[in-house]
Ligand binder design. Structure first.
Ligand code: ASP
Ligand code: MG
Length: 424
């Protein structure tokens, strides 16, 4: 049994959905779990709904209407029959969103976020599964919340592996007696109280890995709009090259430093069961792509570049010019953990401790306010974080040219720079 994952870009419009069908036709007769993300930028659209509901920023109904219209347009192209049951099924999910936003706010932001944002995947899978069945590709839609159990850490659900295994054995495995293709949602899980959680943005890759782990799949394929794992983001580096193969270790390092090609949590469940991961192009499904597996030397051994914009460098020092001690550090890390801010890089000197993080209009001001209670806090915004794995001196020169270096760190394999454009 294999696991395929189709991300938002692979189902962004009617033509893309039709393309998913043509990819799947190449694998007729194979047993496949197909994991699908929300269509196109739906998750961002639903995030807007939650934000406007919660912070009364703009018209919540209007934000939701936009998401509805986007899906309706796609459905109108895919399903000629206006009585098709898919219209009712999709509408039922939108009704759930209506209920939430008509209610008074009596849950936390993260809880509300998960109940609304998860609808993107539920809706997309209903549409894709109806289309595939119409096209003669028989498949069974299942609700992944019946297979992946998480704790109630909303927006970052932690998988409860033993319970999920029991659920998958019971609710997923037997279906393969009747179906070759089981189609389900990425990104979401369910708690023991039947509430919905999400696994973190871009979490559908992780879902594919979880299901592969639970079901002992032979391999996982992530179908993308690029030819495989590239050594750099082609948006920023015109000479980006495809890597033919990667070790789990290199893949996890690249993902950890911010390469967006695979979600960082994806590798561990696969590595633990030695399941290979293919990254392939959904526009050129027969091409080799990249394979990530155990014990391979990443080939070719060329530098990989990871470029993150919108970074903030926060420098924290004691108010009385004393050293940053271990006690301070534990207090500081605690504040980051509590604010849910992930640390991209740290650097310390005698009296200050600097941390580079992704900017976030809500989390960062709250974190800074918290830190300012005990420390002197300075910060710089609009910075870039460059990470180079397998670097050479010349690669570093090309990255830092024309930039001011605020922080520089090098280990044997990896160099990192926090940079700012000089002519700004
Ligand atoms: N739809 C979710 C997101 O955009 C999950 C995913 O695409 O992997 O974050
Ligand atoms: Mg996505």
């Amino acid at each position: 049994m294999r696991v395929f994952k189709f991300g938002g870009a692979s189902v962004k419009d009617a033509a893309a959905v039709a393309n998913v069908a043509s990819v799947l036709k190449k694998f007729a007769g194979e047993k496949i779990i197909v994991v699908v993300s929300a269509m196109g930028k739906t998750t961002n659209g639903l995030e807007k709904v939650v934000q406007s509901y919660y912070y009364k920023k703009c018209d919540t109904q209007k934000a939701l209407e936009e998401v509805k219209r986007f899906h309706l347009n796609i459905m109108n192209l895919l399903f000629r029959d206006t009585d098709h049951s898919v219209y009712r099924e999709v509408n039922n999910f939108f009704v759930e969103a209506d209920w939430v936003i008509e209610e008074e706010q009596n849950h936390g932001y993260n809880f509300t976020y998960d109940q609304i944002v998860s609808l993107g995947e539920l809706i997309s899978t209903k549409i894709v599964s109806a289309y595939l069945n119409d096209e003669g590709i028989k498949c069974k839609w299942i609700d992944v919340r019946d297979c992946i159990r998480t704790d109630n850490t909303y927006r970052e659900g932690k998988v409860l592996w033993d319970e999920s295994l029991a659920l998958a054995e019971q609710n997923l495995k037997p279906l393969f007696n009747e179906y070759n293709i089981i189609l389900t949602q990425g990104f979401i899980g369910g708690t023991s109280e039947n509430y919905t959680t999400t696994l973190g943005r871009e979490g559908s890759d992780y879902t594919a890995a979880i299901l592969a782990h639970l079901m002992d799949a032979t391999d996982v394929t992530i179908w993308k709009d690029v030819s495989g794992v590239l050594n750099a983001d082609p948006k920023f580096y015109k000479d980006a090259q495809k890597l033919e193969q990667l070790s789990y270790l290199d893949a996890i390092e690249l993902a950890y430093y911010g390469a967006t090609v695979i979600h960082p949590k994806t590798i561990k469940p696969l590595e633990n069961k030695n399941i290979s991961l293919y990254v392939k192009s959904f526009v050129n499904a027969d091409a080799a792509g990249t394979v990530i597996k155990t014990n391979v030397q990443t080939k070719p051994l060329i530098p990989s570049f990871i470029f993150k914009t919108n970074q903030v460098l926060i420098s924290i020092s004691a108010k009385d010019f004393s050293f940053i001690s271990e006690d301070n550090l534990s207090n500081i890390f605690g504040a980051f953990a509590k604010a849910g801010v992930k640390i991209n890089l740290t650097q310390n000197s005698a009296i200050s401790f600097s941390v580079c993080v992704d900017d976030d209009e809500f989390k960062i001001p709250a974190l800074i306010e918290q830190l300012q209670k005990d420390y002197k806090v300075l910060y710089n915004k609009e910075l870039q974080l460059h990470t180079v794995r397998h670097y050479y001196p010349s690669t570093i020169e090309s990255i830092t040219a024309g930039k001011e270096i605020l922080v520089e760190q090098r280990s044997r394999h990896t160099a990192q720079f926090v940079l700012r454009d000089i002519f700004k």
